[in-house]
Write a protein that binds this ligand. Sequence first.
Ligand code: ASP
Length: 312
Amino acid sequence: MPFSIAIHGGAGTILREQMTPELQREIEAALEKSVRAGQDILSSGGSAVDAVTAAVKVLEDSPHFNAGRGSVLTHREMVEMDASIMSGKGKNAGAIAGVKHIRNPIELAKAVMEDSEHVFLIGEGAESFAFEHDFLYTEQDYFYTDRRYDQLQSMKEKGLFALSEFRYPDDNKYGTVGAVALDQYGDLAAATSTGGITNKQYGRVGDSAVIGAGTWAENQVVAVSTTGMGEYFLQENVAADLAARVRYLNETVGQAADHIIQGELKDRGGEGGLIAMDKSGNAYFAMNSSGMYRASIDPRGKCKIRIYADQD
Ligand code: ASP
């Protein structure tokens, strides 16, 4: 059976004139490392769930993306991370929100899926579950980067809560990370992980933690991971809606993705994008922003890494 994987490192305003060759190399290297980590698992007979977890973990460990290390800071100058994962086989899912001391939130979401009776755990409760399941306590310092601190200060000065400063080439970008995969057994999986949005308050949670909005996987239908301003993706229930269009309207995954991202979402001002994989392992990338960090390895083993919307 064919197998394949696709990943993203967030969509948003990414402009060529602000990108440096050095930064581009670093970002592309991280994307390649991520997609290859997933591919290695698939090629040795591993599951799509393990592949998407491994791919997301690599991006969580990089300071270039808004997930794990490198997460954006909240109004209180902390990180609060969200993640979710879904297996297309049996539609099992796990999600966590508002965790502060877990190095790889996607692994915790996977543990919720596999080792708990529940689907969604939040905050301190999610962390108690983590420590009972041998996760290590990670200090906030580990996640802290100067870049995110500067971003937060400029957001605070302007009274804003999303990313809209241009000090860094991709500051105006939602740096959430995600992966979708098809394994040799025909099973699909999707995973998403994020620090959310800069200067968030009141326990705000976006789409990335929510099964159906930010993440969906259903065998024979589609696997989806989204990125963008979460409030819009939550209200449009984007990932599950894409699956419903394929299931009930017989649209292709590409048609359904474009309909939502270029239509419903764009019409109401929801900037962002998604990655999706169909039942045969074809990857689709849809975005209504100027770019989305993304990569894929197709069923023939061809690796593709892209940044801007105008690249095929
Ligand atoms: N979707 C994420 C959120 O709203 C942000 C992102 O994609 O970077 O929390």
